[in-house]
Design a protein around this ligand. Structure first.
Ligand SMILES: Nc1ncnc2c1ncn2[C@@H]1O[C@H](COP(=O)(O)OP(=O)(O)OP(=O)(O)O)[C@@H](O)[C@H]1O
Ligand SMILES: [Mg+2]
Length: 362
């Protein structure tokens, strides 16, 4: 039996009515997050990411759709006018404590110490005072802030503040953590530290993480699944490898480009003389591959078997989820039939071949 997703959002719509305007912030979105996923949701500002994730714990009640968390129906309504089912207030408050959230601006209480900020999340906890104290100490240890326990937020760096927020979000032992642009206000190095901490929480405690961001780099570091959102809709979803190796939508490509620079490389290289003055028997192509196929045997094989030479103008190999994902920009030259056969062999080896210039007859 396959396990049910821990978060099941089906056909979610969220519309806001403002005077004469109706804004559809989320448009018929279905997202299923499995236990243990780090699920990235990327999209530009205004795409509807925050509205969508606020639906998970009903901070935002949807207009219609169904929200099931941990096999429990939080909300269900077939359409705006239909009768809705909604979880009761007490139960909802209880369930919300099991869904931690962190944000771009940390949302700490400035008048309270680090310890007090974390303890604040335990105010409704059934734990005894001594147990709460021990719990807070343990959480601060986990986020490596034990030595800052008595300091105030103003005395901390951005990364440290976010770690306090993470400790607070984990206080009630949530199974789900929602991270809404949690690294957007941080520099790249601090971003990586926070992402590493999230990854550790995911791996060591099985914490399910929903990671909203407009930074594909962050998704690339830790997510295993990705959805791309635009104008309230999810336009593309897949495993991290699928999305990076074979993006289908233009917007997805744009996001990936921000994390790999391949489009910029194509643009720059297209102006180089070799490409500009491409000969009849030459083709400028992008070869992409996932997994163990490595560029060297691939390229030497082309020459050995087809007498096709490859001039590599740019190469980029990323390691995503322990799997190499490569992109090469090459000029392939050879006799037409041989070139065609060579491209066929590449494709047989699951190399995606994209002809950028030349090769009209292939
Ligand atoms: N409470 C609200 N009332 C009216 N409109 C809203 C409300 N909340 C969000 N919206 C609108 O819904 C759309 C989606 O907003 P949302 O905040 O979900 O986007 P986002 O993808 O999180 O953007 P960002 O990256 O800037 O945080 C926007 O057009 C926004 O103006
Ligand atoms: Mg947002």
């Amino acid at each position: 039996m396959t396990e049910e997703p821990i978060i099941k959002l089906d056909n979610i719509n969220v519309t806001f009515h403002q005077k004469k305007r109706t804004i559809t912030a989320v448009n018929n979105v279905t997202v299923h997050v499995n236990r243990g996923d780090v699920y990235g949701i990327v999209g530009y500002s205004g795409a509807g990411k925050s509205t969508l994730v606020r639906v998970i714990n009903l901070l935002q009640e949807p207009t219609s759709g169904s929200v099931i968390v941990n096999n429990e129906t939080f909300f269900q309504a077939t359409d705006e006018n239909a009768k809705k089912t909604i979880i009761g207030g007490n139960a909802l408050r209880d369930r919300r404590r099991k869904i931690g959230m962190i944000f771009q601006h940390f949302n700490l209480l400035n008048e309270r110490t680090v310890t007090e900020n974390v303890a604040f999340a335990l105010q409704h906890s059934p734990l005894k005072d001594e147990e709460k104290k021990a719990k807070v100490a343990e959480l601060l240890e986990l986020v490596d802030l034990s030595d800052r326990a008595d300091q105030f937020p103003a005395q901390l760096s951005g990364g440290q503040k976010q770690r306090v927020a993470i400790a607070r979000a984990l206080a009630n032992d949530p199974e789900i953590l929602i991270s809404d642009e949690a690294t957007s206000a941080l520099d790249p190095k601090t971003t990586n530290q926070i992402l590493a901490l999230l990854k550790k929480l995911n791996q060591e405690f099985g914490l399910t993480i929903v990671l909203i961001t407009h930074e594909m780099q962050a998704v690339k570091e830790i997510a295993n699944k990705v959805s791309v959102m635009q104008d309230g809709e999810i336009i593309e979803s897949g495993s991290l490898l699928e999305i990076f190796a074979q993006p289908k939508e233009q917007l997805t490509r744009e996001f990936i480009e921000t994390a790999t620079n391949i489009d910029k490389a194509i643009e720059t290289i297209s102006h180089e003389a070799l490409v500009h003055n491409l000969k009849d028997n030459e083709v400028f192509a992008r070869l992409s591959y996932v997994g163990d196929t490595t560029d060297e045997p691939l390229i030497t094989g082309l020459f050995r078997d087809f007498n096709v030479t490859a001039n590599i103008l740019y190469g980029n190999i990323e390691i995503l989820q322990e799997t190499p994902v490569g992109s090469l920009l090459v000029i392939l030259s050879g006799e037409s039939a041989q070139l065609k056969a060579a491209l066929g062999t590449l494709r047989d080896h699951h190399v995606t071949v994209e002809l950028i210039k030349g090769g009209q007859s292939l």
